[in-house]
Design a protein. Structure first.
Lengths: 188, 234
């Protein structure tokens, strides 16, 4: 089975599980937890910095999946992406309410670490990830760094400006241009 | 800010998914995408583009006990009258007060944010769906009520050899006025005639009938009426 077949069959399984959650099947939610919780927690920890806060957010994410399962429409997109998006949006909401202080809480080591631990991991996510990896490689270093810090670490424009020492306007334009180039490349 | 420019919508959707759209702008955009299907579509497209970035991180197994807390929370959320479970019993008066204050703050913030922007150019005025099924069409009008857009949603299914036609239902015994055929998939936009605008201004409901391809030729519904939906005047 190729990586992209594996990604598709995981997606199919997740889609069925989300539908089962809509029918109030708690075992299905548990199975989603087994398949996705560790991946979600990785994102939540990276954005929220504190593990306890991230695990609390993970609980919120699963309660939210349970409550919103009926809104998932399998014909309009991947279940895996739908689930990851719930986790990311929750993380950003928590950032807003907790006012996580990135500069007091993030250890320097973690911030210096590259955001992505290798393109090998992406390939398990199938063709879309391979395409993103290819297009990401075409961006300028600054655009790539800006998008990574925002997406993976949950940094705001102002956070990125502070971390990189560049003016806010420059950061906004790196990100804006980077996103536009990504879109263009992915549509080729 | 103009909200009917595809490029602007796309740029906002990309920064929303990236996470750099923050504060009041983020909340405003969230309301907008849950009200407007075409905005939600852009968000989904950007989620599809960027989400693989989240998969590059090494997974972290949650601590033991996290699942048990989730189970406990969904059990108490599903239990019929809410005040069951330990969380809900803790200092109920204080919790209620906090909830009221939070709601007041959210509504005040949302109201101020809302007033600071121009009204949206396209607003959903009717949502057409069966008793239980998913939404079939979203009907939208611009603020001057000159252009109508119909968007086919999850429940839409073509009936070969037929068209679906939208009607404004004026009050009393006045005849329904055709607003044109509806798309089987995707969306259709049209400029309304004066007669259609007048009918919409007085109507409280819209209906959908099944017609020959291209719509009724008599000016009145000829096939069965499949859906009736209230027309929102907001």
């Amino acid at each position: 089975m190729s990586n992209s077949d594996a990604a598709n069959s995981l997606d199919d399984e997740l889609a069925q599980l989300v539908q089962a959650c809509a029918a109030r099947d708690r075992q299905a939610l548990r199975r989603i937890y087994d398949l996705m919780a560790a991946q979600m927690l990785a994102s939540l920890v990276r954005i929220l910095k504190r593990r306890a806060l991230a695990e609390e957010a993970l609980q919120d994410v699963f309660v939210s999946i349970w409550q919103r399962a009926a809104q998932f429409d399998g014909t309009r997109g991947s279940a895996r992406i739908w689930l990851l998006a719930i986790a990311r949006h929750r993380a950003i909401d928590v950032l807003r309410s907790e006012r996580v202080d990135l500069y007091r809480e993030a250890d320097v080591e973690q911030m210096a670490e590259p955001a992505m631990e290798g393109a090998g991991d992406w390939s398990s996510a199938g063709r879309s990830a391979a395409a993103l990896a290819r297009c990401f490689a075409e961006l300028s270093g600054e655009q790539r760094r800006g998008i990574e810090l925002a997406f993976v670490n949950g940094y705001s424009h102002a956070d990125i400006a502070r971390v990189t020492g560049e003016p806010l306007g420059t950061i906004k334009s790196w990100i804006r241009r980077g996103l536009a180039s990504l879109r263009q490349c992915l549509e080729r | 800010m103009r909200h009917d420019q595809p490029q602007l919508i796309d740029a906002l959707a990309s920064e929303y998914v990236l996470g750099t759209l923050r504060g009041a702008a983020r909340r405003r955009f969230e309301r907008w995408q849950s009200a407007e299907w075409h905005v939600a579509t852009r968000v989904r497209a950007w989620e599809g583009r960027l989400m693989p970035l989240a998969l590059g991180l090494a997974p972290i197994a949650p601590s033991p006990g996290v699942w048990e807390r989730i189970e406990e929370r969904i059990r108490s959320a599903d239990a019929p009258p809410a005040p069951a479970g330990r969380r809900a019993r803790a200092r109920p008066a204080l919790r209620a007060l906090a909830a009221v204050l939070v709601l007041c703050a959210i509504f005040a913030g949302a109201y101020v944010a809302w007033r600071m922007t121009e009204p949206l150019h396209l607003q959903t005025v009717a949502t057409i769906k069966g008793a239980q099924g998913p939404v079939v069409w979203s009907i939208q009008l611009d603020s001057r009520r000159e252009h109508l857009r119909a968007v086919a949603l999850a429940g839409a299914a073509a009936r070969p050899g037929h068209s679906f036609e939208l009607w404004a239902l004026p009050p009393g015994k006045a005849a329904p006025v055709s607003l044109g055929v509806l798309p089987d998939a995707g969306e259709l936009e049209r400029t309304l005639t004066d007669a259609q605008r007048a009918a919409l201004a007085s109507a409280a409901q819209v209906a959908v009938s099944l017609e020959p391809p291209g719509g009724s030729t008599t000016g009145a519904p000829t096939g069965p009426v499949l859906f009736v939906a209230p027309l929102n005047r907001a």
